[in-house]
Design a protein around this ligand. Structure first.
Ligand SMILES: C[S@@+](CC[C@H](N)C(=O)[O-])C[C@H]1O[C@@H](n2cnc3c(N)ncnc32)[C@H](O)[C@@H]1O
Length: 248
């Protein structure tokens, strides 16, 4: 009963601001892609951004190893080994996939290989998000890890910024807590807490649901990035030209 009522309230109030911002950065990236350019969506999943690239030649790569619906995938492959020639693509999308790479460095080097020198890549990846797509969820990346990995793989970082603001991160955590916090007496052991905690937990769940709804909507309209931490980082990186061959 409590779960059903809170679920209904959550559906009325919570807005996933990450989706809003993910759409925004992908739209901006798509606008920078000239007509006819060749684009690879690496780790495309259900291909949620496919239609943004209708003016380009859109192709997708995914291992398709998880039990979920996939879009139309051009290359069913591991991103460490994409079956195309060097420098095939002008642009790469790499959304919410870096954390699923058991060897992120190898995957980024492969993406650098298949991207033309000077080609650009958009990456979004989580810093503060729960495990998902188990068991293929390996890492979370700080801004320093992003910089290290991309530069080491042969990219120059053009932009590295928060995807959401802190209110978006907080909204997500409050939402998760509102769902996960137990309110049954048996969760709180013996003694007074057994009787005190259930009504307290229900009040906290209600408060968190309302706060999460408010903060998620504020974050969707305006990102606060002066303090706190993001749920995801966004990177726009350019593939460096091949290093010059030393003269003999
Ligand atoms: C969280 S989903 C992201 C999907 C999509 N990019 C999006 O933003 O909705 C991560 C995707 O990476 C794919 N993936 C995981 N490991 C992979 C690997 N080693 N090679 C290729 N794709 C992989 C999964 O199948 C999954 O579709």
């Amino acid at each position: 009963m409590v779960d059903r009522l809170l679920g209904r309230l959550r559906r009325l109030t919570y807005k996933n601001s990450s989706r809003v911002h993910m759409q925004r950065v992908n739209e901006a990236f798509a606008r920078s892609v000239p007509a006819g350019a060749r684009v690879l969506d690496a780790g495309a999943g259900s291909c949620p951004y496919r239609e943004l690239f209708d003016h380009a030649v859109y192709e997708s790569a995914d291992l398709q190893g998880v039990d979920k619906p996939y879009g139309e995938i051009t290359y069913c492959c591991d991103l460490r080994n994409i079956p195309v020639e060097d420098g095939t693509f002008d642009f790469i999308l790499f959304n919410q996939t870096l954390e699923h790479m058991a060897e992120p460095q190898a995957a980024l080097k492969e993406l650098a290989r298949v991207l033309k020198p000077g080609g650009r890549l958009l990456c979004t990846a989580p810093l503060f998000y729960e495990e998902h797509e188990a068991p293929h969820d390996y890492f979370r990346f700080t801004q320093f890890a992003h910089r290290y990995l991309f530069e080491e793989a042969g990219f120059e970082i053009e932009r590295l910024e928060w995807l959401e603001g802190y209110l978006g991160t907080l909204a997500h955590q409050l939402d998760r807590a509102a769902i996960a916090l137990p309110y049954h007496a048996s969760a709180y052991g013996l003694g007074a807490s057994r009787w005190l905690m259930p009504p307290t937990a229900v009040s906290i769940k209600l408060l968190f649901t309302l706060l999460s709804g408010l903060m998620s909507r504020l974050d969707a309209r305006h990102r606060f990035t002066d303090a706190g931490y993001p749920k995801n980082y966004v990177v726009v990186a350019r593939r460096l030209p091949e290093p010059a061959t030393p003269a003999t």
